[in-house]
Design a protein around this ligand. Sequence first.
Ligand code: LLP
Length: 435
Amino acid sequence: YGTQAINDKGNLTIGGVDTITLAKTYGTPQFVYDLALFRERARGFIDAFAQQDVKAQVAYASKAFSAVAIYQVAAQENLSVDVVSGGELHTALQAGFPSERIHFHGNNKSIEELHQAFDAKIGCIVIDNFYEIELLKEIAAEKQQKMAVLIRVTPGVEAHTHDFITTGQADSKFGFDLSNGQADQAFERLYKEELLQFKGMHCHIGSQIFETEAFSLAARKVVDKMAVWEKETGFKASVLNLGGGFGIRYTAEDSPLEPAVYVADMIKAVKKEAADFGIELPEIWIEPGRSLVGDAGTTLYTVGSSKEVPKVRNYIAIDGGMSDNIRPALYDAKYEAVIANKMTQSNEITYTIAGKLCESGDKIIEDITLPKAEVGDTIATFCTGAYGYSMASNYNRIARPAVVFVEDGQHQLVVRRETLEDLVKLDLPFTLGEG
Ligand code: LLP
């Protein structure tokens, strides 16, 4: 992946930095992000639109990994960002991210969060439901402030990895149904508003998708709806946001496409449909999360104890686990790993890599063949950059890991490891009844 290599000590390097040096400097577990790869992915998406002269915004879906430093790099790369909470919004603003390029999502944004969005003058709010329309009307009127809005629709296309299904009505907690009149009703309530400036539609059809047809189909359905509205009212919607979901390669079983391929097929479908229905080509926005940060991230762990279940399994235990990577336990997600200090040794023993948390399901990888593992070895798990740190927890009161960025032979700590003091800093002693 990316800038990974092996140095003359037989150690894994990322961004020209020895991972064993990183492990010693910042401790483990540690997330290491290869910034060159993040930048390459961002440019891959942006260039694919530019090459075809299509107006676009590529918004980093920051739920995949939200921290001040990544918003700074996203800003450098001319990305927009999608935030889904007041917390992500606050973090982006702390990073100095240009507020006009922030998009706010969520199916139950609080009144406080909506105020926060208006006060920060963000670029657009993606409206999810009728209650939110009413809230936004009130807030815009009260503040006498404009806000660009999209509506999120469920187009009845649902994609999972290689397959997609189309359903007349989508059973989803998100958005307005495109087929049963809900989306039309939302449009009716919005397009004449002056303070709320209706720009168009958003849909997100799934995650870790490996083919382009599902995106094309969803795009066509949404463009058709735009054309119908334009015919009925004369109102021209200018934005079509097709969400995220572009797949990445976690293991050899995954076969994702290049960013440019997803984008090219998407543009083709939108252009054709817009031409067929005689409407102007809308701006196309996308929201990649996983495909920007996923394979840029690697987790470093230290090997501690081990256990042999004779004839069944060899366990080695690492100093993290489901507290920094819940995906194997939650989704049965698969990963690849190496012993970062034994890159030139041959693989000879099959291990299950277990975490240190008190759950038997706390395993990072089952049945991986590695060189003989010893106490103190550094395990590197690849492709942990998306939904790893962002879904980390303090279960078992485990401190959350450090996050380090590497680029061009340099490294910098961007999220420090939690300390024991951090773990109790919200706790207040119970004093009732002390007299
Ligand atoms: N836009 C919207 C509206 C979304 O709901 C999502 C992800 C994205 C963009 C970004 O999708 P991506 O490009 O990252 O696939 N925790 C799960 C993934 C949940 C995705 C939720 N929505 C996991 O670890 O696989």
